[in-house]
Design a protein around this ligand. Structure first.
Ligand code: GLY
Ligand code: MN
Ligand code: MN
Length: 438
């Protein structure tokens, strides 16, 4: 569990980066109805969680540097003993102060009445403009209420700034406490993938393997995956985000699993592609090892100072060369790269930021240039090749093969650390594990 101090440091850091005379607002994620009175499992908005650790809906956080009554104000649900009997504990105003470190806490029902006082005499309001019509409306109503009182000498804010601009840059650099949680998510995911490899065999269903993954996640405190599991047998692997997971696994097919656990809201994101029957065929192995070489070349580029795009460029180079060698592309490698001929078989990028969100926040470019990698960033490295089953202009032996290999990399001072290192990746390692000898 993250300590209150961790969230306090994050709030302090954010407030230091706001322009003078500012206030920032952030709303919790809403509870969503699944049907009638049943809700979807609640997941806090990652920005809100990042700054508060507060996991309830119907809340609004205020960050007001220099405010005399306290800089961190939390509006939330009041404690309701009746509700506690039905749905369990909730913080209430006292918990908001004591457990979550709010300087002041008010009932969410008092928000509209109290917001003008919080915004008055501030020049600038940072909030996630345009994402939540209700919040947009509330902020403007409060500003108008202040404007109506200008003759009393009070000032209304006159600048509105997208909060994510500042906050997402901060979220991009993981603190040691965050990295510890990401390691937990990665460890649980590694164990789940190993279990899935051991459990796979012809005749089992994709959803049965998904169940193995979810069970292993839960055994390690990960009640939810970080995103819907992709368990794609055979040609289903050529659908990049296949989540139906409904088919029977066939002898001689590959199985692509892209699954990551979420631990205390932090994500892992791993893909492995292995043979359902435990042995790669010759053509599967050739494609697999090409993707593995591309991933190794990409990981080599994950180090401080290298531009964000360098791992992708390295992967594209290896893949294109290999595709020519295997006869899947024809022509000069440099021209094929320039013409993006590889996109026929490799249509996505080699990675993304990873953190509270699987596709985590943070800009990839600064002033129009790919930003350099820096220690504390976490990203995935996930090249792949997907040869569509109906790709009539390639040799039939390649058709329907889809391979992706994905690991999670923490940029360190020296280079990078692969958080998902413990999971077999070479053909020999995977075949040994599936044969029960590893
Ligand atoms: N699991 C989604 C992705 O790899 O980006
Ligand atoms: Mn990914
Ligand atoms: Mn993935």
């Amino acid at each position: 569990m993250l300590q209150m101090n961790e969230f306090r440091r994050r709030r302090k850091h954010l407030m230091q980066r706001l322009e003078k005379g500012s206030v920032a607002l952030l709303a919790s994620a809403p509870a969503r109805i699944r049907n009638r009175d049943t809700e979807y499992p609640y997941r806090q908005h990652s920005d809100f969680f990042y700054l508060t650790g507060f996991n309830e809906p119907d809340a609004l956080a205020v960050f007001a540097p220099g405010r005399t009554q306290g800089e961190f104000v939390l509006f939330c649900r009041e404690f309701d003993p009746e509700k506690a009997i039905w749905t369990g504990k909730h913080a209430g105003l006292e918990g908001a102060r004591e457990t979550f470190g709010a300087d002041e806490a008010f009932p969410i029902g008092e928000l509209d009445q109290r917001l003008p006082e919080i915004l008055e005499n501030r020049d600038r309001v940072y909030f996630p403009i345009g994402y939540d019509a209700a919040l947009d409306g509330r902020v403007m109503a409060a500003v108008n209420e202040i404007r109506a009182r200008v003759r009393t000498g009070v000032r209304a804010p006159y600048e509105f700034v997208a909060l994510e601009h500042v906050l997402h840059e901060q979220r991009l650099f993981k603190t040691p406490a965050e990295i510890a949680l990401m390691r937990k998510a990665a460890e649980a995911s590694v164990l789940a993938h190993k279990r899935a490899m051991r459990a796979s065999r012809p005749g089992r269903y994709e959803y049965e393997i998904e169940a193995e993954l979810l069970h292993e996640f839960a055994l390690h405190g990960c009640r939810s995956p970080a995103y819907p599991c992709i368990v794609a047998g055979g040609k289903n692997a050529c659908v990049l985000h296949y989540t139906e997971n409904s088919e029977r696994l066939q002898d001689g097919d590959l199985l692509l699993i892209d699954a990551g656990a979420e631990y205390e809201n932090y994500a892992a994101d791993i893909t492995r592609t292995f043979p359902v029957n435990g042995k790669y065929s010759e053509s599967q192995r050739l494609i697999y090892e090409l993707v593995l070489d591309a991933q190794a070349a990409a990981i080599e580029e994950v180090r401080p100072g290298r531009p964000w795009i360098a791992p992708h460029d390295a992967a594209v180079k290896v893949l294109t060369k290999g595709l020519v060698k295997l006869g899947l592309l024809e022509g000069q490698v440099s021209k094929l790269i320039k013409d993006e001929a590889y996109k026929k078989f490799y249509m996505h990028r080699t990675g993304h930021w990873l953190g509270l969100d699987v596709h985590d926040v943070g800009p990839y470019k600064i002033d129009g240039e790919w930003r350099p990698l820096e220690p504390g960033m976490v990203l995935t490295v996930e090249p792949g090749l997907y040869i569509a089953p109906d790709c009539s202009d390639v040799d039939p032996k390649w058709r329907g093969i889809g391979v992706r290999i994905e690991d999670d990399a923490l940029v360190t001072q020296e280079g990078c650390e692969i958080l998902t290192q413990g999971l077999p990746k070479t053909v020999a390692e995977i075949e040994a594990l599936m044969a029960g000898s590893a």
